[in-house]
Ligand binder design. Structure first.
Ligand code: SF4
Ligand code: SF4
Length: 507
C-alpha cells in the first residue's frame, strides 16, 4: 500500500514537471493556468510522497536504505538527476535562449510562462533569472517541508529550516522583486539584504557601487547596510554563534543544500586528502575575490573621483594598513589557531600583495596588482560565480554531496570559517565516554568532517568548515554531540591520542 502511495506521489509530481517542460517546445495562451497547474501538481505530488515516508514517524531519523537507493548512492537515477541539473544550469548561465529568453524582443517558451507572476511581482516580463529564482525558492519551500517532516521532533532543525525558508522567500525573492516594482527608475543593484560581499562578489564592483550611489535613499541604504554587515555585523554574529548564523540559518545556497540537497549529504568525501584540498581551494578563492575586489575598487576610485570619499593614495594606504594589521594579528596573536603551512602562506601572500599594492598604487597606474580588473572580474564571474557555484555547486549534488560549493568554493564560508576558528564561542562538545563509534555523525556530515574521530577522543569540534547544521547531533543515537556557545577559553582541547594518521591533532 505504501509503495502504491509513494509511486502515486512521484507520478503526480512528475506530471507537474512534465507539464512545465512541455513549454520548452510550445507556447500556451493561458499561461496562468499552465503555470498554476504544474506547480500545484508538483506540490501535491511532493507532499503526498513525503507524507507516505515521514508522515507516521517511528523513533529516530529515517535514513533507511540511503546506500541502496539509486538516487542517493550515485546510481542511475542519481546520474540522470545530476546531468539534468547540470544541463539546466548551463542553459540558464550561457544559453538562456534554449529556455525561451530573448533579450531583444518578447521571450517565449519556459521563460514566458513565468510572465504573469513576474508582472505581478516586479512589473516586468520574466527573464531567465526570474525563472531561476522562482524555481529555486519553490524547491527550498517544498523540500523544506520534507526536511521538517523528516527531522520532526528536533527543535533546532525545525527553527533552522523555517528560518532559511523565510529568508529565501522574503529577503531573496519577494522583497527584491517588490522593491524593483516600487522603484522602476532606480538602476539595478542586488536588493537582497542577506546577500553581502564576498558571496555577492560584485557588491563592490564599479557598476554596482555606481548604481547604489545613484540609486537614491534605497541604494544608499543597501550600500551602508552591506558595508555594516561585512565589517561589523557579520564578525559580531560569528563571534557569538559561529558561522552557522549565516551558512545554516540565512544563506540561500545553504538553504538549498539543506533542503533539496538533504538526500545527498552522505556523499561528501571524508578523506584526509580531500580535506587538505578543500583548505587550499577555498582560501585560494578567498584571495582571488579579495584581489579582484581591491582591483575593482581601484578602478572605481580612478574613474569616479567625484563619487569617492577617498583619494587613490588614501585607499591604497588604508588597504595596506588593514592587511598589515590583519597579518600581524593572525601571525602573532592567533598563532596557535593556525597550522604552520597556513601561517607561512598567509605571510608570503600578504607580503606579495602589500608590495605590489605599494609599487603600483603609489606610482599612479590605472591597473592595480598588475591586473586588468575587468578581465579578472570577468574570469571570476565565469569561473567561480557561474561554473562553480551553479553548475558544480548544485548540478553535482548527486555526485559529490550537497555542500560542494560551501566546502570548496564559497569565499563567504572561507571568511566566516576563519572567524569561527579564531574567535568564536561556537563549538560542538563531545561526550566521548558515550560514543559507540557507529559513525552516523561522520556519514551524514555534509562538510566531510570526521565527527566520530573527535567524539571518540572526547574532543571539542572547532573546525572552520563546520556550518553548524546540527545533523551530526540529530543522528547520533547516544546524545554524544552538543552544539554550544560558550567561553573562548579552552574551547580547542586537543587530545594526545593519535588517529592512525600523521596529521597534527590541532587542525
Ligand atoms: S560537524 Fe555536524 S554541525 Fe558541523 S557541518 Fe558537520 S554535521 Fe553539520
Ligand atoms: S553518531 Fe554518536 S555514537 Fe555514533 S560515532 Fe558519532 S558521536 Fe559516536
Amino acid at each position: 500500500m505504501a509503495t502504491i502511495k509513494k509511486q502515486s506521489g512521484i507520478g503526480i509530481g512528475f506530471l507537474g514537471l512534465i507539464l512545465l517542460s512541455t513549454v520548452l517546445f510550445t507556447t500556451y495562451e493561458n499561461k496562468i493556468l499552465w503555470l498554476s497547474l504544474s506547480f500545484l501538481l508538483m506540490t501535491l505530488g511532493g507532499l503526498f510522497y513525503f507524507q507516505t515516508i515521514y508522515g507516521k514517524p517511528l523513533p529516530g531519523i529515517k535514513n533507511d536504505g540511503v546506500w541502496f537507493s539509486s538516487l542517493s548512492s550515485r546510481g542511475l537515477s542519481g546520474w540522470i538527476l545530476g546531468m539534468g541539473l547540470t544541463a539546466f544550469y548551463i542553459a540558464i548561465y550561457w544559453f538562456p535562449e534554449i529556455l525561451g529568453f530573448n533579450s531583444e524582443d518578447k521571450s517565449s517558451g519556459l521563460v514566458a510562462l513565468f510572465d504573469p507572476l513576474s508582472y505581478f511581482l516586479n512589473g516586468q516580463a520574466a527573464s531567465q533569472w526570474f525563472l531561476y529564482g522562482t524555481l529555486y525558492t519553490f524547491a527550498i519551500l517544498l523540500f523544506g517541508v520534507k526536511f521538517i517532516w523528516k527531522y520532526w521532533g528536533n527543535r533546532y532543525q525545525l527553527f533552522r529550516t523555517l528560518s532559511v525558508m523565510f529568508f529565501q522567500l522574503c529577503f531573496a525573492f519577494l522583497i527584491p522583486e517588490i522593491l524593483a516594482k516600487l522603484n522602476p527608475s532606480t538602476p539595478y543593484f542586488a536588493k537582497d539584504l542577506k546577500n553581502m560581499w564576498p558571496l555577492n562578489y560584485y557588491f563592490l564592483d564599479e557598476w554596482h557601487l555606481t548604481n547604489m550611489i545613484t540609486g537614491g535613499n534605497l541604494g544608499l541604504f543597501f550600500l551602508l547596510f552591506g558595508l555594516g554587515m561585512i565589517f561589523i555585523g557579520s564578525p559580531i554574529l560569528t563571534y557569538f554563534f559561529g558561522k552557522r548564523w549565516y551558512c545554516s540559518w540565512v544563506c540561500g545556497c545553504g538553504a538549498l543544500a539543506e533542503t533539496a540537497g538533504d538526500p545527498f549529504r552522505q556523499l561528501s568525501s571524508k578523506k584526509l586528502s580531500v580535506w587538505k584540498f578543500e583548505r587550499w581551494m577555498i582560501h585560494v578563492v578567498l584571495v582571488f575575490v579579495t584581489v579582484t575586489t581591491i582591483a575593482a575598487l581601484w578602478s572605481f576610485i580612478t574613474q569616479n573621483p567625484e563619487m569617492s570619499l577617498l583619494t587613490r593614495e588614501q585607499f591604497i594606504g588604508g588597504v595596506v594598513l588593514f592587511l598589515f594589521v590583519l597579518m600581524t594579528i593572525l601571525f602573532f596573536w592567533k598563532k596557535n589557531g593556525l597550522e604552520k603551512d597556513a601561517k607561512y602562506t598567509l605571510v608570503s601572500l600578504g607580503s606579495i600583495l602589500i608590495l605590489s599594492l605599494c609599487i603600483q598604487g603609489f606610482s599612479g597606474q590605472n591597473n592595480i596588482l598588475f591586473l586588468n580588473s575587468y578581465s579578472f572580474q570577468k574570469w571570476y564571474g565565469f569561473g567561480v560565480g557561474a561554473a562553480f557555484s551553479g553548475v558544480l555547486g548544485v548540478g553535482f549534488y548527486p555526485f559529490l554531496g550537497s555542500r560542494v560549493w560551501c566546502r570548496f568554493g564559497c569565499p563567504m564560508a572561507a571568511i566566516l570559517g576563519l572567524q569561527q576558528r579564531l574567535f568564536s564561542k561556537f563549538r560542538i562538545s563531545t561526550n566521548g565516554g558515550q560514543c559507540i563509534s557507529c559513525g552516523n555523525c561522520s556519514a551524514y556530515c555534509e562538510m566531510g568532517i570526521d565527527v566520530r574521530a573527535y567524539a571518540q577522543r572526547g574532543e571539542n569540534i572547532v573546525r572552520s568548515s563546520c556550518v553548524g547544521c546540527g545533523i551530526c547531533s540529530a543522528v547520533c543515537p547516544r546524545g554524544v554531540l552538543k552544539l554550544e556557545n560558550d567561553r573562548l577559553k579552552n574551547r580547542i582541547n586537543p587530545t594526545i591520542y593519535p588517529l592512525g594518521n600523521a596529521m597534527e591533532v590541532n587542525s
